[in-house]
Design a protein. Structure first.
Length: 260
């Protein structure tokens, strides 16, 4: 497929196939099957994979949880973070390590005392005893979101089992573009977008950080975080679908240590 129009034309052909047997058992079968039908080679590198757009396939009504991106707060905006935070606010995990692995939601402290607070320009990680641990400016989150999802194609599939084997009918697809910070905040206020801390201390005392993860509890609502939503499998003329120049793929993120 050389153009986005070719890609959409192929999606429309796939819709006409009806229910297709999964190419892989388990949760990842829906994406693997669609990629195979589109002729996209499977890879684990984050970034655009469908003629300039990130491609996500999902089961209708699945309500599944997915990581949007991982990002530490800016260095200048994290007064109480990393090793100090794990030491003073963490706990001993089942491997005997000092750890801090918690999901943080807005307004109400979790069982470790953390919650998210927000205004029109930023989101803060707050602890009920310590106060603000770190702050994410919305412009900072916008940049990371747009790195991960410069454009997104969401494909929804009806699923059914035939002789015990899952089959997918890829019947709806939408092209999404433009980060909507107000909608992002609304999803967070609703508890749909959360933040996961994933840290523990190594024997040396260094902080092992697997990436602070912004997650969406129901990925079928991911489209709400975009300004523009264009259906692809109806009668929309292909020339009317806004598509920007294909961006460069984003390099995979690595586990980080304090100070890296």
């Amino acid at each position: 497929m050389d153009t986005f129009e070719d890609f959409v034309s192929r999606l429309r052909e796939i819709k006409q196939l009806g229910h297709v047997e999964t190419h892989r058992k388990g949760n990842t079968g829906i994406g693997k099957t669609l990629e195979d039908l589109l002729g996209i080679e499977e890879n684990n590198i984050p970034g655009p994979d469908a003629v300039g757009a990130e491609l996500k396939a999902m089961r209708e009504g699945s309500g599944s949880l997915t990581t949007l991106f991982t990002k530490e707060p800016p260095r200048s905006e994290r007064p109480f973070w990393g090793t100090k935070m794990v030491n003073e606010l963490g706990y001993v995990d089942d491997k005997g390590r000092q750890a801090l692995k918690v999901t943080i939601r807005p307004n109400t402290p979790n069982n470790k005392g953390f919650y998210l607070d927000y205004d029109d320009t930023s989101v803060s990680v707050v602890h009920e005893d310590v106060g603000v641990c770190a702050t994410y400016p919305l412009d900072f989150l916008r940049e990371r979101f747009e790195d991960k999802f410069p454009q997104l194609v969401m494909v929804f599939a009806d699923t059914k089992r035939i002789d015990g084997v899952e089959h997918f009918w890829y019947k709806e697809a939408y092209h999404l573009d433009g980060f909507d910070s107000d909608a992002f905040l609304d999803l967070m206020r609703d508890g749909v977008i959360t933040l996961d801390l994933r840290m523990h201390l190594k024997e040396s005392g260094a902080n092992r950080n697997r990436g602070t993860a912004w997650r969406i509890m129901d990925e079928s609502r991911l489209d709400e975080a975009f300004e523009d939503r264009t259906p692809l499998l109806d009668d929309t003329e292909l020339d009317d679908i806004p598509v920007t120049t294909k961006p460069h793929p984003v390099a995979p993120e690595q586990d980080t240590l304090d100070g890296y």
